[in-house]
Design a protein around this ligand. Structure first.
Ligand code: KG4
Ligand code: ZN
Length: 337
């Protein structure tokens, strides 16, 4: 059995894998704590990881019906992420692996997202094209084989999830904003307002223009008018904004699938939980002839089952971490410039 640990941002998570099967996956979200600040406060996140790491690991072991001695490896996120948060998971993982005398595997959080589509069958055969869309990252990656990736494009400013969160704030919604925009957009009219779709050369993304356009649109109203607009059309605004993001993402996926000839496309990360994005990529796949792989909802947002799965792949490929392994808060995917 392998224990996976994830603490790169504001979720403290642990999971136990037996072979390739997830025996338990526990996520303790700190979202409520950070909501009052409209985003993650690094110092608070780090302190809460310290408080939560032991109970979360204990819960993952007990839900898996496992004892520490049943573990044959520990996999832990080493980056990218918030330094203070990463340190808690890595320090715990190192000490735990050392005390059990089992190998420690260092996992790149982005590889965790990439291989989150391997958690449940059917697993995509390699090569596959993967769109990582989360709160911290937006990258379009060709996974040639395990641990061999070509990054085709990435965001030049905000990540897709970040855009959802910032625009949700402009719409007077809570944090994180993605799930609520998704919910409201179901009831809204996407053609209510035509927000801009930015298309850059190649496969890079930019969402800051869209965010600014939402800001300017709302600024044209007096406070009273804006309140009325929200009362009458908040769901329509959510649907219109979401349509702009999804159009840009789906357009890039289609072009990249066409250019690379990819027969399999995966969408992963927190924003992959977005229902409109899932539906639109599925439709694009049936029209263009590529198979679509999207993780179960619980494996889109940060979790440790994906870290354990990537860790198992790394271990099987013979990569283990030396006792001196350190966090790398700016770690990228191999193949990134
Ligand atoms: O992968 P994740 O849990 O953390 C990072 O690695 O960043 O992603 C969190 C992001 C947040 O920005 C959140 O607003 C967004 O995923 N998100 C969504 C949805 N669920 C979560 N965005 C759009 N629609 C959703 N249903
Ligand atoms: Zn993530």
């Amino acid at each position: 059995m392998l224990l996976g640990i994830e603490s790169s941002c504001d979720d403290t998570a642990a999971a136990v894998l037996e072979g390739e099967t997830v025996r338990s996956s526990v996520v303790s979200s700190q979202a409520d704590l950070h909501e009052a600040y409209g985003g993650v406060v690094p110092e608070l996140a780090s302190r809460n990881h310290q408080r939560l790491i032991v109970p979360v690991v204990q819960k993952a072991l007990s839900e898996a019906g496992a004892e520490p001695d049943d573990l044959d490896a520990v996999a832990v996120t080493v980056g990218p992420g918030l330094p203070g948060s990463l340190l808690v998971g890595l320090s715990f993982g190192k000490a735990f692996a050392r005390s059990l005398d089992v190998p420690l595997v260092g996992v790149n959080h982005l590889e965790g997202h990439l291989y989150s589509v391997d958690i449940e069958a059917p697993r995509p055969p390699r090569p596959y094209l993967c769109l990582i869309v989360s709160g911290g990252h937006t990258e379009l990656v060709l996974v040639e084989e395990d641990f061999q990736h070509t990054v085709l494009g990435r965001t030049r400013d905000d990540a897709a999830g970040e855009a959802f969160d910032k625009v949700a704030q402009l719409f007077g919604l809570g944090y994180p904003g993605g799930p609520e925009i998704d919910e409201r957009a179901q009831r809204g009219d996407p053609s209510f307002h035509d927000f801009p779709r930015s298309r850059l050369d190649g496969f890079d993304f930019s969402f800051s223009g869209l965010k600014t356009s939402v800001l300017y649109h709302l600024r044209d109203f007096s406070d009273a008018e804006r309140e009325q607009l929200f009362a009458d059309h908040r769901d329509d605004l959510c649907a219109s904004f979401q349509a702009a993001v999804v159009d840009v993402l789906v357009d890039a996926v289609r072009r990249a699938a066409d250019e690379t000839g990819a027969a399999h496309v995966a969408v992963v990360g927190g924003v992959a939980a977005n229902r409109e994005l899932r539906t639109r990529v599925e439709t694009a796949g049936s029209e263009d002839g590529f198979a679509v792989h999207v993780p179960d909802f619980r494996y889109c947002m940060d979790n440790a089952a994906m870290i354990a799965t990537a860790g198992r792949l790394r271990l099987d490929a013979g990569f283990t971490a030396p006792p001196t392994v350190d966090i790398d808060s700016g770690l990228g995917l191999s193949g990134e410039g």
